[in-house]
Design a protein around this ligand. Structure first.
Ligand code: HEM
Length: 492
């Protein structure tokens, strides 16, 4: 039965709640930061863009409209300047603490170095394993020999593709998988460029489609718990049984080579005393690094080779070939044009495009001239940091490796290079990734010219599909033709 008293008190209740919400929104200390009006009241637009794999482009669009500091949700800000990168990711060594977003990436229920949230836990874990990723360890012969073998297997696949085209998306992810497992587990690394079973493990990780499911889990754990089964029909959870088994088995080995991560996690070799890690901790850390090393390097190389194969980039491909043919046998890290090509590839197509969220520490901070209260979520995304400032990156959407060869502006460009993030929580696998990328390009462009096989690909296939922690091509297919270099292409 209708009760006027009940109706009036319900209306009053709603007015009080909405009024309080509006009062808080309108008096928020974040209101001085530019951004669209709705960001003051709701994060729904941001979330919609996340679910539709468009977060990075959406935020970039806001930066273009509002500048290097922009409010993207009631309690969330995005920045795109060198000063903000330094403050958020480097102050005090490793910057601000990570947000609970990283809980989504726990492995076997354990926290790894990547998923630790606070400084101290992170520093403890990093002390154990960082030496295995130091450049001095990466450039040791047994480590580089493994990468060179994988690059040779890749070249074999190019030769076998003869008059047809090769699907680079699959082959480059296999290459990255084989290289990273070599570094983690040698002699138990994979050979997915030649073994079907190993390729299936790679496919399971790379073709994973669990972004939406994981976002529901993050934003609404209760909904995820209650409607998990129903949700499965629309958004698959992450399921990687082959990869899980491979890592659980392999990480139990105790006789891996001295340069490997597993050797270090097992407590072998030099380094400070370490807390005891149990088998599940070790397996989780290894699986995390394995996953971190596949899509990043694989996608980065895939976009780069595709770009180098476009008619607009033929002159860059030719100069790269000239440098490689003029310096046969040169070490991959002594070739300036090759370096410029890789830097420009990572600038234009950052493999982790998303903004990396951090909590503003107690007491609040000043970022880019704005006073930001404690607890606010702040972040920078490589996609914008590496293209917003046109005085440092003129014509920012154009692929042009030669910008990296100019003396003028060199320090500014490097300060704004954010593909591997920055500070103590930046990418620990950076030297490994760069060695893999450069050695592959060296092996390929010393032997072949490449052109796209667009006849067998949809036009949108190479558009960025923003999976937040990876930026794969939408079609997950990239067909190129590899033509052996003839006498006419060799320098006289
Ligand atoms: C081109 C290739 C790569 C790119 C662009 C890249 C990029 C990044 C970025 C941006 C971060 C910071 C993520 C964050 O703060 O949320 C990161 C962290 C990390 N990366 Fe990479 N990565 C690459 C390759 C690799 C490889 C090959 C490995 C390992 C074998 C690796 C292992 C890691 C790990 C373990 C972390 C966590 C570091 C920490 O929290 O201290 N990455 N990477």
């Amino acid at each position: 039965m209708f009760s006027p008293v009940l109706a009036a008190s319900s209306l009053l209740f709603i007015i009080v709640i909405v009024g309080d919400y509006l009062r808080r929104s309108l008096s928020s200390p974040l209101n001085s930061i530019p951004g669209p009006w709705y960001s003051r009241f709701t994060s729904l637009v941001l979330k919609y863009n996340e679910f539709t794999t468009n977060r990075t482009r959406y935020i970039h669009q806001l930066h273009l409209e509002y500048g290097p500091a922009v409010r993207i949700a009631p309690n969330e800000l995005a920045f795109a300047s060198a000063g903000a990168v330094k403050e958020i990711y480097c102050s005090g060594g490793s910057g601000y603490d990570k947000t609970e977003f990283y809980d989504l990436f726990k492995v076997y229920g354990r926290r790894t170095m990547f998923t630790t949230l606070n400084k101290d836990d992170h520093a403890r874990r990093k002390r154990i394993l960082a030496d295995r990723y130091a450049n001095t360890n990466i450039v040791r012969k047994p480590s580089l020999d493994g990468i060179a073998d994988r690059a040779a297997s890749f070249v074999k696949r190019c030769i076998e593709s003869a008059d047809q085209s090769l699907d680079l998306y699959v082959c480059l992810h296999s290459y990255a998988f084989d290289c990273v497992t070599h570094h983690l587990f040698h002699p138990y690394g994979t050979d997915s460029l030649q073994s079907k079973y190993d390729e299936d493990i790679m496919r399971e990780l790379t073709f994973d489609d669990s972004l939406q499911n994981r976002l529901v889990q993050y934003y609404s754990p209760t909904l995820h718990l209650v409607f998990g089964k129903l949700l499965y029909l629309f958004a698959k959870p992450r399921e990687t049984p082959l990869a899980d088994d491979f890592v659980l088995d392999t990480s139990a080995k105790t006789d891996t080579t001295s340069f490997t991560l597993l050797n270090r996690l097992n407590g072998v070799g030099s380094g400070p005393p370490q807390p005891q890690l149990d088998h599940l901790d070790i397996a989780a850390e290894c699986l995390d690094h394995m996953a971190a090393g596949i899509d990043t390097t694989g996608d980065g190389l895939c976009f780069l080779l595709w770009e180098l194969s476009q008619p607009s980039s033929f002159s860059f491909q030719r100069r790269l070939r000239e440098e490689l043919l003029a310096n046969p046998g040169a070490s991959f890290d002594k070739l300036p044009y090759l370096d410029a090509v890789v830097m420009e590839g990572l600038r234009c197509f950052p493999p982790i495009p998303m903004s990396l969220p951090r909590h503003v520490p107690r007491g609040g901070r000043n970022i880019d001239g704005y006073v930001v209260p404690e607890g606010a979520v702040v972040s920078c995304q490589a996609y914008s940091v590496q293209r917003l400032d046109r005085s440092v990156f003129p014509d920012p959407d154009t692929f042009n490796p030669e910008r990296w060869l100019r003396q003028e502006g060199d320090a500014e460009r490097k300060r704004l290079f954010f593909a591997f993030a920055n500070g103590g929580r930046g990418c620990v696998g950076k030297h490994l990734a760069l060695a893999e990328m450069k050695m592959l390009l060296q092996a390929v462009y010393s032997r072949f010219t490449t052109i796209p096989d667009e006849t067998r690909m949809a036009g949108s296939s190479m558009e960025m599909s923003d999976q937040l922690i990876s930026s794969r091509p939408l079609g997950q297919k990239c067909l190129l033709r590899f033509n052996p270099i003839g006498a006419a292409d060799r320098p006289v």
